[in-house]
Design a protein around this ligand. Structure first.
Ligand code: SIN
Length: 297
């Protein structure tokens, strides 16, 4: 196994590992160490069946079943499908809009995701140009580089992470897109039962990484609705300041996809955002598995 660092604070390529076969304990330990050190790692040239992706990622912990049932892969509820492809009836075969805003996966759940793994089945490519990059930002590096006064200000503060807030924000973005003349495909409303399964959660704004012990910022523009006990305007200003800090170029890494990449990221240490710079007939099809994390502290 060879680990090649590709970014300053985050990003590495792990070569020489075939994830379609079970890893030995020693191989898994080496992969796991490299992963937590580099926060975002890619395993290139994989040929994975859905079950093989499930088998590899569940060695890290329990796999989630996404609340959007209609975007789960049939027969594999652990796999969340991200795609712009439509079926014969014109319905999306997966989530069309995942990653529109900076976020860490499932930060609104009682046990936010520890890590996610995204496998590229089809990537949008035309005339040798690949579209649909995924951008990452290290929230541990961002925390480390905060001024001491800001670190002090954040001590003891909590923020609310809300899936309902995210849905409203996303709907607004879709309406804006439609107003600009863009094509918007309506996604199914969540049922009352689905919404009840993801109640709002309140977590510390600065959390400690359960594996590395490093401190990380834990607010994101997709899911964080407000700061607990703070006037909304003041809270919004503080959140905007933190978001702008997190995505400074020095904390960033961009992944350009190749078919067969399995990309895995640490949701405690990094946030991410998708790029929607392609449209049909260019097709993008990705399978995501997400490992449950612990309650943030
Ligand atoms: C995600 O937010 O998990 C999706 C990232 C991507 O599709 O690039």
């Amino acid at each position: 196994m060879e680990v090649i660092k590709t970014g300053k604070h985050l990003g590495a390529e792990i070569r020489g590992v075939d994830l379609s076969k079970p890893l030995s304990d020693a191989q898994f330990e080496a992969v796991s160490q490299a992963f937590f050190e580099h926060q975002v790692v890619v395993f290139p040239d994989q040929r994975l069946e859905p079950q093989q992706q499930i088998d590899f990622t569940k060695r890290f912990g329990t796999l989630e079943h996404h609340v959007r049932k209609e975007s789960r892969l049939e027969g594999y509820p652990e796999i969340f499908v991200l795609s712009n492809i439509l079926d014969e009836a014109g319905k999306p075969i997966g989530a069309l809009d995942a990653g529109r805003f900076w976020h860490s996966d499932l930060s609104y759940k009682q046990h936010p995701s520890m890590l996610s793994a995204l496998y590229s089945v089809e990537i949008p490519e035309k005339d040798g140009v690949v579209y649909g990059d995924t951008h990452y930002a290290s929230v541990v590096a961002a925390y480390d580089h905060l001024p001491d006064a800001m670190k002090k200000r954040l001590e003891g503060l909590s923020a609310v992470h809300s899936y309902a807030y995210y849905r409203r924000k996303n709907r607004l973005a879709q309406m804006e897109e439609a107003a600009r003349g863009g094509r918007v495909i309506e996604e199914p409303e969540l049922s009352e039962e689905q919404l009840r399964s993801v109640p709002d959660m309140s977590f510390p704004i600065v959390r400690t990484h359960p594996v590395t012990g490093r401190k990380a910022l834990f607010v994101n523009e997709a899911h964080t609705s407000h700061i607990v006990g703070m006037d909304q305007e003041e809270g919004d200003r503080l959140l905007a300041e933190l978001y702008a800090h997190i995505i400074k170029p020095e904390f960033r890494h961009t992944h350009r996809w190749r078919r067969g990449d399995l990309l895995m990221w640490d949701n405690t240490a990094a946030q991410h955002k998708a790029t929607f710079d392609y449209a049909l007939p260019l097709r993008r099809l990705m399978y995501r598995t997400t490992v449950r994390g612990s309650v943030p502290y």
